[in-house]
Design a protein around this ligand. Structure first.
Ligand code: GLU
Length: 423
């Protein structure tokens, strides 16, 4: 059967589909498998009515998309952001399928979110919204069905609200339905740092294979949330000079290097301001981080930041994608022609979901590991996966993104073939 290729108006979904079709065709995947994996199993849209603090009712839109449950329960985060829509969730859910497959963990891919601006909501409003959303998606999530986790603008607190709501609905504690929970409540030591730690590990492994010492490397990190912070900290600890960090309000640049521990302490002391007002030796505030003179660039914020308009201005030799989809396909092509190596998102930031897998495994057994055990296992998997993709890319003379896609798609396709069509 020949399959018509899906296209989408949503840039992220269109990119996800193009990346999938491109790799699938290069692998000569059968048209039947392309048809199955080019579509999502389930796209759920829910309304989320919330009583706001002023007494008015606001109905938010929420989503949960399960792209594939071929390998195991769908897995992937839930984000709170004004741009969230069902297509974006589908694109990110597809990415989760490849991420979990490449990571070698027993999950499929899912993603969800609520279209909202959490920055302007009170904690009570966010709690009511989180609980209403959890109740709405309750029929399709579960320890062996779909296991959500934090994503953009969500963290341990939201996971507790979700878990508590569903536990109350089920009349029993349900620790295995959400990961990324606080350590005090069924979470796991190591999970908070896991994504950034894994991103930095990929950066350091890359430096190893290209024969560079981290001490000679200048690093720029876009986004100073959970992923950016731990990436920065790990790179600094490895000896690299972090010359720039940024958030939505600006880029903080110092050619002398920024003391990351000081920046973290500043955020701790000024949680509302985030980095606003932060200063350091030689520090100046600049506008753009993408074109900054540095060796390794870590985009750890949102998607599409390196694109057709600015990819030719990138000065870094290496990009490690901490965020999901930070480089558009057009941007990717330009970077590739310029010889800039990109470690793709679903390899680089897979530390988060691998860490989630550890948390889930601990929740299921009710036995918790010490942090060094967690980090040792995470490091081992990340290094192994980096090597697999690097060696595959070298042997086939293709870029790392294509190699990662091909390895990831292969595993899912093998399981779909094994199980047959009636999934
Ligand atoms: N939101 C993270 C990601 O995009 C974590 C997902 C998870 O742990 O399920 O990989």
């Amino acid at each position: 059967m020949s399959v018509t290729r899906r296209t989408a108006t949503n840039v992220l979904l269109d990119t996800a589909l193009k990346n999938f079709y491109g790799a699938a065709e290069e692998m000569r995947l059968s048209e039947d498998l392309i048809a199955i994996l080019g579509n999502s199993e389930r796209r759920l849209e829910v309304s989320v009515p919330v009583e706001m603090d002023d007494g008015s009712i606001h109905v938010f839109k929420g989503y949960r998309v399960q792209h594939s449950t071929a390998i195991g329960p769908a897995k992937g985060g839930i984000r709170f952001h004004p741009d969230v829509d069902v297509d974006e969730c589908e694109a990110l859910a597809m990415l989760m399928t490849w991420k979990c497959s490449l990571a070698g963990i027993p999950y499929g891919g899912g993603k969800g979110g609520i279209s909202c601006n959490p920055q302007v909501m009170s904690p009570k409003e966010k709690e009511r919204m989180s609980r209403a959303f959890a109740a709405r998606i309750a029929p399709i999530v579960g320890t062996w069905k779909d296991v959500p986790a934090p994503d953009v603008n969500t963290g341990g607190q939201e996971m507790v609200w979700f878990m508590d709501t569903i536990s109350k609905m089920h009349g029993q504690v349900e620790p295995g339905i959400f990961t990324g929970k606080p350590i005090s409540y069924w979470g796991s030591k190591g999970r908070t740092a896991a994504t950034g730690y894994g991103v930095a590990t990929c950066g350091l492994e890359l430096l190893k294979v290209v024969g560079k010492d981290p001490k000679d490397i200048r690093v720029a990190i876009q986004g100073f949330g959970n992923v950016g912070q731990y990436t920065a900290l790990t790179m600094e600890e490895a000896g690299a000079k972090v010359v720039a960090i940024s958030n939505t309000r600006g880029v903080y640049y110092s050619p002398k290097g920024i003391d990351i521990k000081k920046a973290l302490a500043y955020i701790e002391e000024h949680p509302r301001e985030r980095l606003e007002g932060f200063t350091c030796d030689g520090c100046e505030k600049i506008d753009d981080i993408v074109s900054l003179d540095c060796d390794m660039f870590f985009p750890c914020a949102l998607e599409g930041v390196v694109n057709a308009k600015n990819a030719d201005q990138v000065k870094a030799k290496w990009i490690v994608e901490g965020a999901n989809g930070p480089v558009t396909p057009e941007g990717d092509e330009i970077l590739d022609k310029r010889g800039i190596i990109v470690v793709p998102d679903f390899l680089a930031n897979s530390g988060g979901v691998i860490g989630s897998y550890f948390e889930w495994a601990q929740d299921l057994s009710g036995y918790f590991w010490p942090e060094d055990e967690y980090n040792k296992r995470l490091m081992h998997i990340m290094k192994g996966n980096f090597k697999l993709v690097w060696d595959y890319a070298q042997s086939k003379k293709i870029k790392m993104r294509r190699a990662a896609f091909m390895a990831a798609i292969q595993r899912v396709a093998d399981v779909v073939r094994l199980r047959g069509v009636f999934l």
